[in-house]
Write a protein that binds this ligand. Structure first.
Ligand code: ZN
Ligand code: ZN
Length: 273
């Protein structure tokens, strides 16, 4: 068993991915993945999400993934997952697993801003929704993460996604005590016995970052809490199913982990790093 056996944070063209579920599954199998999970974005009522998330009625989505399960039976496990957004208006119940993620934060003006879309949206969020204070914006983001963590998702998604567009501390200083306090509060809201934290390379595959989420100080704290980690690629195309897993494993080891978990049809299995 190696971390490369498992890839369960993946998207497809049923939400905002580039490739069909069939193409993604074929690429996963060819890459040696044996526990493959599809985790398309759950529906939100935000008009800007239309076409980038699943419809509220997920019947077709379930059927598409279950067809793949049949097609790969005995060769690769296909798990039916959901990346559940904090703004979602559907329940994550009834899936093999779900990933709890925050992609939006509410401004103080009542407008909801995307945390990871583009620098323009994030600037607007800071200036119009957070009084021009980038740290306040980060604090509001992590308050949303607390809410998701408290729901005890099996996997907590990209806990510090708010750093995606923050290269060079463009919007806020990631070493500021206020930033660290807010991020740690979100982490402490997670139950290490109920939730696995993901080390997510999605921002790397798409050229936004040179390291996976989350930051090392968060991983170290998670380890001291007795938490477990899973490597994920947040893949949106067939070419990135296990992208950056070596760096993700190195980051986990740097934080003191000597094992991660794989998600299988029987649940989480431990695997050496
Ligand atoms: Zn996400
Ligand atoms: Zn994702």
């Amino acid at each position: 068993m190696t971390p490369f056996d498992c890839s369960v944070h993946t998207h497809a063209d049923l939400c905002d991915g580039r490739d069909t579920p069939e193409a993604m599954a074929a690429a996963a199998f060819a890459a040696g993945v044996r526990h493959y999970g599809v985790s398309c974005h759950s529906h939100t009522p935000l008009p800007s999400d239309e076409g980038y998330v699943l419809p509220a009625d997920m019947t077709a989505y379930r059927a598409a993934v279950l067809r793949l399960r049949e097609a790969y039976a005995g060769r690769m496990e296909v798990l039916l997952g959901l990346e559940w957004d904090s703004r979602s208006d559907v329940s994550p119940a009834g899936f093999d697993y779900w990933i709890g993620s925050v992609h939006y934060l509410p401004g103080e003006n009542g407008v909801c801003y995307a945390a990871d879309l583009d620098p323009e949206s994030l600037s607007a969020c800071r200036d119009e929704g957070c009084g021009g204070d980038g740290l306040r914006m980060a604090e509001r983001y992590f308050r949303e993460v607390c809410r998701v963590a408290e729901r005890k998702p099996p996997i907590l998604g990209h806990i510090d996604l708010i750093t995606k567009l923050n290269a060079g501390n463009r919007f806020f200083d990631e070493s500021a005590p206020r930033y660290r306090r807010a991020a740690l509060e979100a982490l402490h809201a997670a139950d290490p016995h109920a939730t696995v934290l993901e080390i997510n390379t999605g921002g790397m595959a798409r050229g936004y970052r040179d390291a996976p989420y989350p930051a090392l100080f968060l991983l170290r704290e998670w380890r001291s809490m007795g938490g477990r980690v899973i490597l994920t690629s947040d893949s949106h195309s067939a070419s990135t199913i296990v992208y950056g897993y070596d760096q993700a494993a190195a980051l986990a080891r740097a934080a003191g982990f000597d094992r991660c978990v794989l998600l299988t049809a029987r649940g989480f299995d431990e695997c050496p790093l």
